[in-house]
Write a protein that binds this ligand. Structure first.
Ligand SMILES: Nc1nc2c(c(=O)[nH]1)N[C@H]1C(S)=C(S)[C@@H](COP(=O)(O)OP(=O)(O)OC[C@H]3O[C@@H](n4cnc5c(=O)[nH]c(N)nc54)[C@H](O)[C@@H]3O)O[C@H]1N2
Ligand SMILES: Nc1nc2c(c(=O)[nH]1)N[C@H]1C(S)=C(S)[C@@H](COP(=O)(O)OP(=O)(O)OC[C@H]3O[C@@H](n4cnc5c(=O)[nH]c(N)nc54)[C@H](O)[C@@H]3O)O[C@H]1N2
Ligand code: SF4
Ligand SMILES: [Mo]
Length: 684
């Protein structure tokens, strides 16, 4: 009998890359446990991490390339599939031009190398049209923070005297972060949670501030006003290293505690109290902004208003504050310098230039309109890997209609998802246990590598896929590396670290020890080189230079037809977006979607837990079972639905065309809806 083999690797069931032990018997992954010595997770493994075994061995995994023939799927040889796809890409390029092709990477293939490969391939074949899940994920927060301080810093929770978790639920979404937050608390730090719901994190808090959806900017400005009035600010930081303080302070003046109460629903005296608690802990204050702040029409400015608090408190790049990690000089795979293509009009860059300036990302929502209208030019082909936009992008009906209208749609997947079903070719992908990947951990300033542990014959990993396709499209010189091992060596070349060293350090190789207050020697990565309370760059693009507050529409212009406000996407423990619904043990634990509803609203609607309601916005309707939550969980009139359920897909009712004007994020929270009980006679 074959001996059990043991590998040390990194989990990729979400983007946390926890260190793991992987056990293999007779070529089959049989167990995954947490890697004790790993710098990041210290042996902890969350419930999704364990599901890696279910993922790699799933009976419904795609192992053969499939081609659509009429309404049927036909198995096809892999090389034949590549040949046919390349021919079809060439035809699109010849007929409509290179920019008629789009490339899309999703959350599952992640960031760093996999993201850069997708970006590289797009440019290698002459198209500026790179799309991803990121333009509705962390990019809003990233841009919001980058506008203010040139970077999105990493909170040093363990050493904080006061931690503010704002619109995030780490116990479900970031298990490791939770450990550092609780460590800070054990060390005597205070924990403040600002959320629309009494989340798992909020239940651990010293102070839970329940806020109305989308009104966070008003609170941030109110806190700023109070901190300034009480003189709980860092004069040294403001004087030495910032730009635009007076204009910002002047703007904040209007946000009296009473005004904040009116905008946010938070009692005025609590605003004053929280400001004092935060101010008195300065500079050891960690503020972490989560996904709850995105998907609003004033999202970026709300994030900017929060980011500005770091400058007031002088907590940026402080121990126990928001720490700015130092980078490791990895070689970049993107071709933006070598082969810039902005002149070709990346989709969405005209409407949302800030998104393209900061991220070189195209706008996925605009892509759907472009496919359907051929304006500003035809987008005819799409190659997508590791995403399921038919379920995860707003306005699913339009997404499906658009993706179906493509001349060529290629999907690389593990499973036959809602998106894969729309494709012309579905190619089986390799899981994270089937290829080797580099990953950096900014908080620990360390880097790790994962080994290729098992393989399946026709499940190419991403690099091999892009390489084989590029070779058929006359772009082979952009993909010269024989395999991932050679590629990883090339990426590491300027760091002085080798692949072998990384394999010798499964705990993560520390590339640098931490230094604080680096701004005393180096400039901030902003146009002024300073911390920017106001942005002249934004002003140049016609936006407000101060982080202005605009109330969400359901507050400023309530529509009696849609009396409830819906937030979406609060993470659940077992699921990651559209993933894991095909695993039995997940379905047993959380069998279906739900709308979280206050008892008062449930009573008014005459419904109880388990009853199905129809939720309707101006975009569409969805039927979903009710969960009546405890009184303190959510405010009356506010509801929540998590995305990712085919049977009750909330993105059927979210908005693709109501966007944050700065970064183009879609309105998927603060959605105005009406709710009706679904009666038996309404049918299924
Ligand atoms: N209403 C609403 N919608 C949201 C959000 C919200 O808050 N509310 N959140 C948004 C956010 S933050 C994000 S990040 C997006 C995520 O949106 P997507 O990127 O579409 O994420 P997933 O649904 O996880 O899709 C990942 C797909 O990749 C497949 N996969 C898994 N591993 C691999 C692999 O190794 N290789 C390949 N090729 N495929 C693999 C999985 O089977 C899965 O179908 O959703 C967004 N959608
Ligand atoms: N288990 C699991 N883990 C995941 C994921 C997953 O799908 N499942 N997805 C991963 C990805 S791609 C991402 S982007 C992260 C996201 O991780 P987080 O940023 O932590 O996002 P959530 O866990 O959705 O928590 C968002 C919180 O914001 C609250 N909220 C909603 N609207 C508002 C608002 O207007 N104001 C305020 N203050 N709060 C609001 C919600 O009630 C919720 O508790 O999670 C990652 N981790
Ligand atoms: S948090 Fe869980 S799913 Fe995410 S990488 Fe860590 S163990 Fe894996
Ligand atoms: Mo995300």
């Amino acid at each position: 009998m074959e001996k059990k083999q043991h590998y040390k690797s990194m989990c990729r069931m979400c983007n946390n890359h926890c260190g793991i032990n992987v056990y293999v018997e007779n070529g089959r992954v049989v167990n995954i446990t947490g890697l004790k010595e790993h710098r990041w997770n210290h042996g902890r493994l969350c419930v999704k991490g364990r599901l890696g075994v279910d993922l790699v061995n799933a009976p419904d995994r795609l192992k053969k390339p499939l081609k659509r023939v009429g309404s049927q799927w036909q198995e096809i040889d892999l090389e034949q599939a590549y040949d046919e796809i390349a021919e079809k890409i060439k035809k699109i390029q010849q007929t409509w031009g290179n920019r008629a092709m789009g490339i899309w990477k999703g959350e599952a293939v992640g960031f760093l190398t996999q993201e850069e490969l997708a970006r590289r391939f797009a440019h290698a074949i002459g198209s500026p049209n790179y799309f991803s899940n990121d333009s509705q994920c962390y990019v809003g927060r990233w841009i919001g923070y980058a506008l203010v301080s040139g970077t999105w810093a990493e909170p040093d929770f363990a050493n904080a005297k006061c931690t503010v978790i704002w619109g995030s639920n780490p116990p479900y979404a970031h298990p490791n972060m939770t450990q550092s937050i609780l460590q800070g608390r054990e060390n005597g730090g205070r924990l403040i949670v600002i959320d629309v719901r009494l989340s798992a994190m909020a239940r651990q808090a010293d102070d839970f501030i329940q806020i109305l959806p989308g009104t966070d900017g008003a609170l941030a400005l109110g806190l700023a006003r109070q901190l300034i009035r009480d003189d709980l600010i860092s004069h040294e930081f403001i004087k030495g290293y910032t730009h635009g303080f007076d204009a910002y302070a002047d703007h904040a003046k209007a946000f009296t505690p009473e005004r904040v109460e009116k905008e946010t629903g938070i009692p005025a005296e609590r605003v004053v109290d929280i400001a004092r608690k935060i101010g008195n802990a300065r500079p050891k204050v960690c503020i972490y902004a989560g996904n709850g702040l995105e998907h609003h029409e004033n999202g970026i400015n709300n994030v900017r208003a929060i980011a500005c608090l770091d400058g007031l408190l002088g907590s940026l790049d402080e121990e126990g504050g928001n720490f700015i990690p130092e980078k490791i000089p990895l070689r970049s795979l993107t071709l933006y310098d070598e082969k810039p293509l902005r002149h070709l009009g990346p989709i969405g860059a005209d409407k949302f230039p800030v998104l393209y300036d900061f991220r070189q990302e195209c706008h996925t929502m605009s892509a759907m309109d472009t496919i359907l209208t051929q304006k500003p030019y035809p987008l005819k082909g799409m190659v997508l890997t590791g995403a399921n936009p038919a379920l995860t992008n707003p306005n699913s009906r339009k997404v499906i209609q658009a993706l179906k209208a493509l001349d060529l749609f290629v999907v690389r997947e593990l499973f036959m998802t809602e998106t894969a079903e729309l494709a012309h070719y579905v190619l089986p992908a390799a899981t994270y246990l089937e290829h080797s990947e580099l990953h950096t951990y900014p908080v620990c300033q360390s880097i790790g590598i994962s080994p290729e542990i098992v393989t399946f014959p026709e499940c190419d990993y991403d690099y091999m896929f892009w390489k084989k396709l590029a070779h058929r499209l006359g772009a082979s010189h952009y993909f010269p590396w024989e395999d991932e091992n050679e590629l990883n060596q090339w990426i590491l070349k300027d760091t002085g670290i080798t692949v072998e060293t990384l394999f010798d350090h499964p705990e993560g190789f520390k590339y640098k020890s931490r230094h604080f207050q680096k701004y005393k020697k180096e400039k901030f990565n902003t146009p002024s080189g300073k911390f920017e309370f106001v942005s002249d760059y934004l002003k140049g693009h016609g936006y407000s230079h101060v982080p202005e507050y605009i109330a969400p529409t359901y507050m400023s212009d309530p529509n009696p037809e849609y009396p409830y406000v819906l937030v979406t996407g609060a993470r659940k423990l077992f699921y990651c977006h559209g993933r894991n619904r095909n695993f039995k043990r997940c379905r047993t634990a959380i069998p279906h979607g739900e709308i979280e509803m206050h008892p008062h609203d449930a009573r008014q609607l005459g419904v109880d837990t388990g009853d199905v309601v129809t939720v309707t916005s101006s975009v569409g309707s969805v039927d979903i079972p009710v969960t009546v939550v405890p009184h303190s969980h959510i405010l009356p009139g506010v509801t929540q639905i998590t995305h990712g359920w085919k049977e009750s897909n909330v993105n059927l009712i979210t908005h693709d065309d109501r966007n944050d004007p700065i970064d183009g994020f879609p309105l998927m929270k603060s959605v105005e809806v009406k709710i009706k009980p679904k009666r038996q006679e309404d049918g299924e």
